[in-house]
Design a protein around this ligand. Structure first.
Ligand SMILES: [Zn+2]
Length: 58
């Protein structure tokens, strides 16, 4: 089983004013994950509404 696509891009759903204005509702997906690219620990967060993800440096 290869299910390693955490950063699959999704188009934001239409009609979400807050998300359009970049006020996402972030929830933590994974805490303190080591990001190889930056060489740092990052917290992966995802917006509950439009499901985009971001890495936040901790
Ligand atoms: Zn959003």
């Amino acid at each position: 089983m290869t299910n390693v696509l955490p950063f699959k891009k999704k188009q934001p759903k239409r009609g979400n004013i807050l998300c359009k204005n970049n006020h996402h509702k972030w929830e933590i997906v994974k805490e303190q994950q080591f990001d190889v690219k930056s060489g740092k620990l990052v917290t992966v967060e995802r917006c509950k509404r439009c499901e985009i993800t971001r890495n936040r440096l901790s």
